[in-house]
Design a protein around this ligand. Structure first.
Ligand code: GLN
Length: 560
């Protein structure tokens, strides 16, 4: 920044017509592009719903709940931001209308408003502006990018848009930039791209007092200049600021597409920012070099994800991304077979073998509630007995422990009290602090905790470190009363809480790779720095597939 008091700039990103149009990726990509010009940046999401956070929402409603280091349960877009920016965000980056409303009402009850009538303008909008400005200032960044969830015109989003309108008025002329992301519709019958929905959406945005500076048009097929010219004319946006973003083969291609479209230059120019040399590893060349790896793979890694919320792939978004990162690091593309775990709840081992016939490794990810647990335990048992690489993430670790207890500890009734409160062998149980919890929201074990790694274990070998810091979101834990028995039988606690009490990583000693973590390593994987546990898993899956090639199915099966 130039001399004097640095005042942060704000970029507001709104979406039009429909959701899932790529606003989150656009936001994350622009952040990465600004970093590539040495501009410091952070990101904030404004979500219009009235839940305080998505932690209490079903994954079917909302997709994955992303967790930050400081334990905020947030929208999955925060995962994109963290991965593209390689930045750990905090609770300040996740604002919902539920939080704003709760705090307005709390202030009112305290008497802070001194007899006034509490209204959306100014009380709600003031609070929104406060949250936005506080983050920009506390992060000390040149630019804060603010993404507004939902679509322009939604009733819930109005107060956010009004706060943005006010900020555009209050900040200097070159202090803010408004970007509107909308889809172009392709009509098959006439093979035309239609701009009318975007025109309407921009009209709605303007009726809220916000004239977009940039329009990003998402399209599945190439759009020519006549389309951008038309949008420019009807929406009052210069043609060079109307950009088309064609659907890419990977979300990681989007920064390069937007760079080529001129978004970085335009943003710097409009905000009056000077480009500087980027931090090491942050140039656009570095990013493109990494994304090139995604298309230069010469091996395939075949993995099953066996979970409860498979119908909605977004429920395991970070798991998928973490696999892509680890695969890219090994020159492998990842072919995922998605398996609904409750379909296997009553399956016997041959049925499970059939379901897993085309894969060389299994991941059982997180999940809540009884449904699907038996199917997942069956899959863990199969992986245990057949020496198939297995990575358990939170619930996947718990189910691996249950399978091991039933198979190797002679505890056929072993279970988690989440599925069976009366089980005689609660190998996974609630510890005291969780037993007393009565409220649902924000009461799990959440966020970053240290994990001490036991030397001479697989976990230690992968992390190459005595401590790891990983993110949690769960209530149940490995029951310490059974720990000795497990360890004697060959399932060891290779990672524990600092005081050694809680089991954070469990691994099976006599197995090519069977490891589960009570935390969610997928949340810490980054494109250019894949997670050690995912890398270890991918390595053993690749080794497994190479062995399978040497011994085609049917040729060998004697040892099991
Ligand atoms: N339901 C389990 C628990 O609360 C697992 C949670 C998870 O997988 N995130 O402990």
């Amino acid at each position: 920044m130039s001399s004097g008091e640095p005042s942060p700039k704000y970029i507001f990103i709104t979406g039009g017509v429909i959701s899932s149009v790529g606003k989150g990726i656009t936001t994350a990509s622009l952040g990465r592009l600004l970093q590539s010009r040495g501009v410091s940046v952070t990101v904030q999401k404004l979500d219009p719903y009235l839940n305080v956070d998505p932690g209490t929402m079903s994954p079917y409603q909302h997709g994955e709940v992303y967790v930050t280091d400081d334990g905020a349960e947030t929208d999955l877009d925060l995962g994109h931001y963290e991965r593209f920016l390689d930045q750990n965000l905090t609770t300040a980056s996740s604002v919902t209308m539920g939080q704003i409303s709760a705090s307005v009402i709390e202030r009112e009850r305290r008497g802070d408003y001194l007899g006034g009538t509490i209204q959306t303008v100014p009380h709600v909008t003031d609070l929104v502006k406060e949250r936005v400005r506080n983050l920009a200032k506390s992060a000390g960044v040149d630019v804060l990018i603010v993404e507004v969830g939902g679509t322009v015109g939604d009733i819930e989003g109005q107060a956010f848009l009004e706060a943005i309108r006010q900020m555009r008025y209050e900040e200097p002329r070159n202090g803010t930039l408004a970007i509107h992301v909308t889809p172009l519709f392709h009509l098959k019958a006439t093979n035309e791209l239609k701009t009318k929905p975007t025109q309407h959406s921009v009209r709605t945005l303007r009726s809220m007092g916000i004239q977009p500076d940039v329009i990003i048009s998402r399209t599945d097929i190439p759009a020519d200049e006549s389309i951008t010219d038309k949008l420019a004319l009807f929406c009052d946006v210069p043609a060079e600021a109307v950009m088309t973003l064609e659907t890419a083969s990977s979300i990681y291609q989007v920064p390069a597409i937007l760079e080529r479209a001129g978004l970085t230059e335009l943003t710097l120019e409009r905000l009056g920012l000077e480009a500087r040399s980027p931090d090491p590893g942050r140039s656009i060349g570095d990013w493109i070099e990494w994304t090139d790896r995604l298309s230069r793979t010469d091996r395939v890694c075949r993995v099953a994800i066996v979970g409860k919320y498979i119908e909605l792939r977004d429920a395991y978004l970070s798991v998928k991304e973490a696999l892509i990162h680890a695969g890219a690091q090994r020159g492998a593309s990842v072919d995922i077979t998605w398996i609904q775990s409750d379909d296997l709840d009553h399956a016997d081992q041959p049925e499970i073998a059939a379901a897993l016939a085309d894969v060389d490794g299994v991941i059982v990810p997180g999940g809540f509630g009884e449904r699907g647990i038996e199917g997942e335990v069956g899959v863990a048992r199969f992986a245990l007995e057949q020496n198939i690489p297995y990575l358990g993430l939170c619930r996947g670790m718990q189910n691996m422990v249950i399978a091991f207890a039933r198979e190797r500890l002679d505890l056929p009734q072993a279970n988690t009290t989440e599925a069976d409160e009366q089980t005689i062998d609660p190998v996974i149980a609630l510890l005291d602090e969780q037993r007393e919890v009565t409220e649902m929201g924000g009461t799990m074990r959440l966020g970053k905790y240290p994990c001490a790694l036991l030397p001479e274990t697989r976990a230690y070998e992968l992390y190459q470190s005595e401590f790891a810091y990983e993110r949690h979101r769960h209530r149940w834990e490995f029951n310490p009363q059974y720990r000795d028995r497990f360890e004697r039988a060959g399932l060891i606690a290779s990672g524990t809480s600092r005081d050694g009490e809680l089991v954070e990583i469990a691994e099976v000693c006599e197995h090519p790779f069977m490891l589960g973590s009570q935390f969610h390593p997928e949340l810490k994987s980054r494109p250019e720095r894949s997670h050690p546990l995912f890398l270890g898993f991918i390595d053993s899956v690749l080794a497994e597939s190479e062995t399978a090639l040497r011994h085609p199915v049917g040729a060998t099966n004697s040892s099991h």
